[in-house]
Design a protein around this ligand. Structure first.
Ligand SMILES: [Zn+2]
Length: 76
């Protein structure tokens, strides 16, 4: 993941960690609607800075590839 080579934009720390989580389910809203597959919601890569706790969410590559043609998403 490219972001692992970056510094934290908040504290310039370099101890960054990431994992992958579902973009919805349970009692929460679906945060990346229309970008998953049948029976599988799109995932986020979550990046956390150990130093200051800044947390960033990135839509996974397969989800991003669907943005231009998805009816659920509008170009800004
Ligand atoms: Zn930081």
């Amino acid at each position: 993941m490219n972001s692992l080579n970056q510094k934290c934009p908040e504290c310039d720390g370099r101890n960054l960690f990431f994992t992958e989580v579902s973009s919805g389910g349970g009692y929460g809203p679906i945060l990346l609607p229309g970008l998953g597959r049948l029976f599988r919601l799109a995932k986020f890569r979550v990046l956390v800075c150990e130093g200051c706790g800044l947390t960033r969410f990135y839509a996974e590559p397969n989800a991003r590839a669907k943005l231009p043609t998805s009816r659920r998403w509008s170009r800004v």
